[in-house]
Design a protein around this ligand. Sequence first.
Ligand code: L34
Length: 291
Amino acid sequence: MILLDGKKTATDIKEEIAIEVKKIKSKGYKTPHLAAVIVGNNGASVTYVNAKVKACEMVGFESSLIRLSENISEEDLLNQIHILNNDATIDGFIVQLPLPNHIDEQKVIMAIDPDKDVDGFHPMNVGKMALNLPTFISATPFGILELLERYQVQTSGKHVVVLGRSHIVGSPMSILLSQKRKVGDATVTICHSRTKNLKEITLQADIIIAAIGIPEFLKADMIKENVTVIDVGITRLEDSTKKSGYRLLGDVAFDEVSKKCDFITPVPGGVGPMTIAMLLKNTLLACKRRS
Ligand code: L34
């Protein structure tokens, strides 16, 4: 069993980006600048966004963190987005999801200038991605592709089973892996809450991407030997014995599943850190495109 070490790989990627940023600066070009908008105080969201800001510092980017009240109106949030769209110093920005219930997420995403949409969530960018045209690929699927590439996990002709059809992970992941690309050319099956005979399907998988948000959903009896398992799930469970007050559980019962795997990502330290590294990569791309 080989651990797909997202933490280490993300560090490698950030070092590569830092070298590029130094070159950009020495040539007198503009420093890449990422802005992140966070609405409210959701504990996990705050952790992730803070990690994004810290990662910007590590690679030499500029960053702006815009913290807005849980009670902000949709109109005021849209105004904030217009300000970021029109701010020439900012190369790319994200609005951390989820948003409070009174705000229409789709409306917010569609207000973002596609050229600054480093999350790749705008329909224009999703459409380009689906057509295999150059664009921002969403950070989590992008990070999974990068992890598979760097560990030379073969995908061509393999049967990939994606658990979950979310717009952020399951849906784009299934499209990308079926495309003709370096990490791609797979036969993809998407499973979701209405799927029948799930176990029959997962037992046929060479690669499983688990992105459903149910802790330890994937068990050892659902997979064959020598599979690759990518665990996108990250659920916080209260745990008073931990300093943080919680522990993290993936969608995969790691201890039993890992015994049957060729490759597997851990939680934490797998897909999460890769998401952050690829957001930086998209921001660098946005910056280069603009200058
Ligand atoms: N707009 N919203 C927008 N863009 C995104 O790309 C995200 N996502 C998802 C949630 N909402 C978003 C993230 O940033 C998930 N996500 C994310 C990012 C980083 C990590 C996990 C999820 C991460 O760094 N996880 C660490 C553990 C952190 C902890 O202690 O909780 C890990 O090792 O997995």
